[in-house]
Design a protein around this ligand. Structure first.
Ligand SMILES: Nc1ncnc2c1ncn2[C@@H]1O[C@H](COP(=O)(O)OP(=O)(O)OP(=O)(O)O)[C@@H](O)[C@H]1O
Length: 353
């Protein structure tokens, strides 16, 4: 494959609703009032639980579903309104990869990758060179004549990626592409997707239920619940200052920073009478991520803090830290003011007596 940049295309969801009719005459609202802009060349993750509406969002981008109202625009073209040749043109600009790869068992690696080119009527000689380039790009040179049954999950997904890139799309949709893979293979596939995004400039929209995937690859994220986008923004901003409880619950799974059981079991929502400790989350972002702020808090205000759990992580190349601490509830308000004045974020999680 030539490494010339194939321009990406933006994806815009404008007040999109999608309802499905049920056999009993009612309907189910799969996506409701969704507005989201994915910039050309960006990698954006849509995260949500099972049934949240992720697949429906994705399927509206390549015209497999049409919005009930609102618009989905790919490179400014209204996918929902497109018919016939126009819809085929838009679809050619949108490649897709799947959780279970969707490879043809009867075709070799090279044969699977060639399929979309054969369907598009590309001359055989051109298909041969292009398939060889694609195989090279995804690192399957020694497997080109193997059948899917002879490949590992990671290798199968590489074939899926090469096949999706065959028609030089501007947008790549990823439907839980790493969910069936082990963590190590997931990393190699995510790295390949990042390389492709960088080299070809194509836009990637992925759906996942794993915040770790978002952290590792996406510059932007949208959180969807019950068909509604409840939060969206730059991945770093959403990770360091999540606004919605669903986002927080996804994050608690990925940061690995959870309260120890002996505290969790005793936590109260409101402050009890008498002596009590406040349990607080402190998020260190940007330049403060590695500052010794708790030591400074003790030095400047004489407030002592117990660390319950913590971790420093990276998103892109930017670090952020997450600490769960407890401290004297009488002094907690002063401590929060001090920490926030120094650019940290705090959140009261509860109290223990
Ligand atoms: N063709 C359909 N007919 C009827 N209802 C549908 C159809 N497709 C999706 N739904 C419903 O719409 C809602 C959203 O489904 P969707 O598949 O988009 O969710 P999801 O977030 O992708 O879930 P999962 O992670 O389990 O795939 C669900 O309630 C689902 O049952």
């Amino acid at each position: 494959m030539s490494d010339a940049k194939s321009q990406g295309a933006s994806i815009v969801f404008q007040s999109v609703e999608k309802a499905f009719h049920k056999p009993d005459g009612g309907y189910v609202s799969a996506v409701s009032d969704a507005s989201l802009t994915v910039d050309s060349g960006a990698i954006t993750g849509i995260i949500g639980r099972s049934g949240a509406g992720k697949s429906t969002m994705l399927r509206m981008v390549n015209g497999l579903e049409r919005p009930t109202s609102g618009q989905v625009l790919v490179g400014g073209q209204d996918v929902g309104a497109a018919q016939g040749a126009k819809l085929r043109d838009i679809r050619r600009d949108v490649g897709m990869i799947f959780q279970h790869f969707n490879l043809l068992a009867s075709r070799t690696v090279a044969g699977n990758i060639a399929l979309p080119l054969e369907i598009a009527g590309v001359p055989a000689a051109k298909i041969k060179t292009r398939v060889a380039d694609l195989i090279d790009r995804v690192g399957l040179n020694t497997q080109s004549n193997n059948y899917p049954a002879e490949l590992s999950g990671g290798q199968k997904q590489r074939v899926g990626i090469a096949r999706a890139l065959a028609t030089e799309p501007k947008v790549l949709l990823s439907d839980e592409a790493t969910s069936a893979l082990d963590p190590e293979t997931t990393q190699t596939v995510l790295t390949l997707l990042k390389d492709i995004n960088r080299d070809l400039g194509l836009t990637i929209l992925l759906i996942t239920h794993e915040m770790a995937v978002v952290r590792d690859i996406a510059s932007h994220v949208a959180v969807i619940e019950g068909g509604k986008i409840v939060e969206s923004g730059k991945t770093y901003d959403v990770f360091t200052a999540p606004q919605h409880k669903t986002t927080r619950s996804f994050l608690s799974g990925v940061t690995g920073v959870t309260l120890p059981a002996f505290i969790k079991g005793r936590m109260l929502k409101s402050r009890p009478s008498g002596a009590a400790k406040e349990v607080m989350r402190v998020t260190f972002a940007g330049t403060h991520a590695t500052d010794p702020m708790l030591a400074l808090l003790t030095r400047d205000l004489g407030i002592e803090v117990n660390i319950l759990a913590g971790a420093v992580e990276e998103i892109g190349i930017k670090p952020f830290g997450n600490l769960l601490v407890s401290l004297d509830a009488d002094k907690a308000s002063d401590a929060r003011t001090y920490l926030e004045k120094h650019g940290l974020l705090t959140e009261v999680l509860g109290y223990v007596s």
